[in-house]
Design a protein around this ligand. Structure first.
Ligand code: SAM
Length: 283
C-alpha cells in the first residue's frame, strides 16, 4: 500500500493510506495529487500538504463562510482569494443574495477539483453569481478598486505561491478592498504546530484593524489539533451579535449545514489560554 506522507510541520508527519491515485500533476505552479483514502474519501494535496478531503471539508468550509456572513448580517459581495477546490464557493452559494468573486492562481486546481472531487464545489463554479478570476490574489487586490463586504483568504500555507498571502502589504491591500464594516477571514493553520504563522498574522492584522482575533475548528485531516481562522474588522459590533440574533439570521438565511450552528459560531471564538498566550508572549 502506498503511503501519502505529509511532513508539513517539523517533527510531525501525517501518513494516509493511498488506496488509489486518481490524478497527479506538477502544474507550472504546484505539485497536485488527488488520491482515494478509505477514511477521508478523495484527498487533494498541493506541494505535499493536504488541502481538502471529501469527508471532512464541510467542517472547514462551513466555518470559513457562515461565521463571517452571519456575524455581519448584510453581506452582498464576497471575495475569495484561493479556494480553488470550490468548497468555500459552495457554502457561499447557499446565501441567496450573495455575489462571489473567486481569485485563484492555478486554473488546474479548479478544473481537477470539478472533475475528480465534484461534491466539494457542488456546481458553484457554474453559478451565475460567481465570477472566476485566474490571477495572483496579491496582485488582484493591489490593482482592484472594487469593494467587498467579506474577504475570505482560503490559501495554501505560507510556502510557495501562498506565501504572499500572509504579508502585511497584502492585508493592507485587502483592507482597501473592504466596504464599510467589512471582515477579512484567513486560513491561519494549526496553532500547536504553526505558532509563528498565528502570531505573525495577529501582529500584522493588528496593525491594520481594530478587532483582530481567531476562531477555531477541528479539521480531522489537519494534523496537530484545532485550526485557526484569522478574523479582522474595524466593526467591533460584529462579534457582539448575540445568540438570538445569530440564530434568527441562521433561520432567515435558510441554509443547510452539518457542522455550523449559532452556538458553535459563538463558542469558536473562545480561545483556550495556551492560544491566548501565543498572541501576547514575548517573542
Ligand atoms: N484548505 C486549504 C488549506 O487550508 O491549506 C486551502 C485550499 S485551496 C485548494 C488553496 C488554494 O490557494 C489553491 O487552489 C491554490 O492554487 C491557491 N493559491 C495559492 N497561492 C495563491 C495566490 N498567490 N493567489 C491566489 N490563489 C493562490
Amino acid at each position: 500500500m502506498e503511503l501519502f506522507d505529509e511532513g508539513l510541520h517539523s517533527g510531525v508527519n501525517l501518513a494516509l493510506n493511498v488506496e488509489k491515485v486518481i490524478y497527479r500533476e506538477k502544474t507550472d505552479l504546484q505539485d497536485l495529487v488527488i488520491f482515494e483514502n478509505n477514511q477521508f474519501g478523495r484527498v487533494m494535496s498541493l506541494d505535499g500538504a493536504v488541502q481538502t478531503t471529501e469527508n471532512d471539508e464541510f467542517i472547514y468550509h462551513e466555518m470559513f463562510v457562515h461565521v463571517p456572513l452571519l456575524a455581519h448580517g448584510k453581506v452582498r459581495r464576497v471575495l475569495v482569494i484561493g479556494g480553488g477546490d470550490g468548497g468555500a464557493a459552495r457554502q457561499l452559494m447557499k446565501h441567496k443574495n450573495v455575489m462571489v468573486t473567486l481569485v485563484d492562481i492555478d486554473r488546474t486546481v479548479i478544473e481537477l477539483s470539478k472533475k475528480y472531487m465534484p461534491s466539494i464545489s457542488g456546481g458553484a463554479f457554474d453559478d451565475p453569481r460567481l465570477e472566476l478570476v485566474i490571477a495572483d490574489g496579491c496582485k488582484f487586490v493591489k490593482e482592484s478598486d472594487a469593494r467587498w463586504d467579506v474577504i475570505i483568504i482560503d490559501s495554501t500555507d505560507p510556502h510557495g505561491p501562498g506565501e504572499v498571502l500572509y504579508t502585511e502589504e497584502f492585508y493592507r491591500d485587502c483592507k482597501s478592498c473592504l466596504s464599510e464594516g467589512g471582515i477579512i477571514i484567513t486560513q491561519n493553520g494549526v496553532p500547536f504546530v504553526q505558532e509563528s504563522e498565528l502570531r505573525e498574522s495577529y501582529d500584522r492584522l493588528g496593525r491594520l484593524f481594530k478587532d483582530v482575533t481567531f476562531y477555531l475548528a477541528a479539521i480531522p485531516s489537519y494534523v496537530g489539533g484545532v485550526m485557526a481562522y484569522g478574523w479582522a474588522t474595524d466593526e467591533t459590533g460584529h462579534r457582539r451579535a448575540d445568540l438570538a440574533r445569530l440564530a434568527q439570521r441562521y433561520i432567515d438565511a435558510e441554509i443547510e449545514t452539518d457542522y455550523y450552528t449559532p452556538e458553535v459560531h459563538q463558542a469558536a471564538f473562545a480561545l483556550p489560554l495556551h492560544i491566548q498566550k501565543m498572541l501576547t508572549r514575548e517573542l
